[in-house]
Design a protein around this ligand. Structure first.
Ligand code: NAD
Length: 511
């Protein structure tokens, strides 16, 4: 079925019978003080076109936020912070739980908008959006439990600690999980009593502002959650604003390094969720079908544009041929096409530039001697689907020093390598500047935990891959980042501890 003729429905209206005239897409995309607003910045050289990845058509022009826009958002947030931080955690949690209910009730609308923005298959988008509802519910519950410690000291004196919010937190997101990044960052930030200003990726600006409307409906005071749109320079303005207490950033290592530098100048807290080149180790004693499924989950979700992907697949030599046979048979059956169709498993790559980067990596892989077993080509699924669609690629005969094995590609490109011994594969798996994730498939219990304990990464999977339950912290070692998202630990990254010493006796001094 053709995208344009299907006429997607959003809250009873056609989302895009004609993409470029949809009112919800044309509305203001900045969100300040509880409402959508246009940026004050009118500099035409700071505008960019928003293109739907699925169709390749221009949806609208977006104006980047300038200094005044960022300043207004932060000032509004500062005022709101004083109100919000004075509300007890239990009541803050109630707001988040209401937001969670609203998200669940609008799952379909939100998912469709996310597909329009990202080009990912609709069932994946639903999963992502539901994950944000989980996050609101989870941190809504934890907000009520936030408390400090009590410590008994000598002679009746004592000390207690108060867990306080940081102030105005800035969030900056990448384009692969736009709604999830807005939610995963704002939910714990707000639960802790902070106010929040979010800058989505310029490639996916549509759903962060919808989250603002949901928060407002849930009862969040105006100004607690704000959105500023823009490219890198708008993000840089947020990082350098003196009233921003912390930046939570998701993106590439190079941008993350610039963000950290800007935060260092202002001595601001920083969380960095960066790139990866994660290893997936498959031992001969594992269940082969599960291992193949795991390798596909580790490489082919969201067109391979997933930070935690296990793109270096190390397979024990004795099972390599049977593993590859099953893998290729299943990979070539993946359904490439219209991301709004339920049966589609490969949607559109985010944009032409990124697709060209992925194709260039595939070309480099071939030139360096890796062998393509399947995919790695541009396909044309239909006349209405003018975006870039790439068939999932499996490389074999890979060596550790090849470019495709060392660098993050951020596309559906799996590099299969073989190994002989446990010791050897652990050393090779850890031989990378990244440390975001990793996986092991084995049915040997002791080996499983022994190998996992030696892997240098923040998020590890045993006999599965790329699952993110909200209660489990997620984040990287080495150049893959600093700090965590999800799980109770994340509250520590959005709070500061105030220690209070209470003297119960006469004050003693040596003078
Ligand atoms: P990117 O670094 O190009 O952009 C990310 C965001 O940073 C965008 O919003 C961009 O506008 C902004 N930005 C760019 N320069 C900036 C600056 N100097 N100051 C402030 N903001 C700036 O990354 P991308 O292409 O959007 O995303 C892909 C990368 O993100 C991959 O490396 C991927 O692995 C990583 N990623 C990591 C995680 C994680 O949780 N670890 C999740 C998703 C994506």
């Amino acid at each position: 079925m053709k995208l344009a003729s299907r006429g997607l429905l959003l809250r009873g209206r056609r989302l895009y019978g004609s993409l470029s005239t949809s009112s919800s897409i044309q509305q203001s995309l900045n969100f300040l003080n509880g409402q959508r607003v246009d940026p004050i910045n009118k500099d035409k050289s700071q505008q960019f076109e928003l293109i739907a990845p699925a169709t390749g058509k221009v949806l609208r022009t977006v104006q980047s936020s300038g200094e005044e826009d960022v300043g207004n958002a932060v000032q509004n947030a500062l005022v709101a912070f004083r109100i919000w931080s004075a509300i007890p955690g239990f009541q803050r949690g109630q707001v988040l739980k209401r937001a969670s209910d609203i998200i669940r009730s609008r799952l379909d609308d939100l998912s469709r908008m996310e597909v329009l923005d990202t080009g990912k298959p609709i069932w994946e988008a639903r999963f992502d959006i539901a994950g944000v509802a989980d996050s609101m519910e989870y941190y809504g519950g934890l907000a009520a439990k936030m408390s400090g410690d009590f410590l008994q000291l000598a002679s009746g004196s004592f000390s207690y600690t108060i867990c306080e919010p940081l102030g105005v937190v800035g969030g900056i997101g990448a384009w692969n999980y736009p709604f999830q990044m807005a939610g995963w960052k704002s939910a714990p930030a707000l639960a802790c009593g902070n106010a929040f200003v979010f800058k989505p990726s310029q490639l996916t600006p549509l759903t962060a502002v919808m989250l603002g409307e949901i928060y407002k409906e849930a009862g969040l005071p105006d100004g607690c959650y704000n959105v500023i749109q823009g490219e890198g320079p708008s993000g840089a303005l947020l990082c350098s604003h003196p009233e921003i207490a912390k930046i939570s950033f998701t993106g590439s290592v190079s941008s993350g390094s610039r963000v950290m530098e800007a935060c260092a100048k202002g001595i601001k807290h920083v969380t960095l969720e960066l790139g990866g080149k994660s290893p997936l180790i498959i031992f001969a004693d594992s269940n082969l079908d599960n291992a193949v499924t795991g390798a596909m989950l580790a490489n082919f979700l969201s067109q391979g544009q997933v930070c935690s992907n296990g793109t270096r697949v190390f397979v024990e030599k004795s099972i390599k041929e049977s593993f590859l046979k099953k893998l290729v048979a299943r990979t070539t059956k993946m359904k490439i096409g219209d991301p709004f169709q339920e049966e589609t498993t490969v949607g559109a790559t985010i944009c032409e530039d990124h697709a060209n980067k992925v194709l260039k990596y595939i070309d480099t892989g071939k030139k360096e001697g890796a062998q393509v077993l399947c995919g790695g080509e541009r396909v044309y699924p239909g006349p209405e689907l003018g975006g870039v669609y790439l068939s999932p690629c499996v490389f074999t005969d890979c060596l550790d020093n090849m470019t495709v094995v060392r660098e993050e590609i951020f596309g559906s490109v799996m590099s299969v390598l073989s190994f002989d011994t446990e010791e050897e594969v652990i050393a090779r798996a850890n031989d990378t500047e990244f440390g975001l994730a990793g996986g092991v498939f084995t049915n040997n219990l002791q080996r499983a935990h022994r190998v996992i304990s030696k892997m240098e990464a923040g998020s590890l999977y045993l006999n599965n891959y790329n699952v993110y339950p909200i209660g489990v912290p997620f984040g990287g070692y080495k150049k893959s980042g600093i700090g965590r998202e999800n799980g109770p630990q994340t509250l520590d990254y959005y709070t500061q501890v105030k220690s209070v010493y209470v003297e119960m006796n006469k004050v003693e001094a040596p003078f």
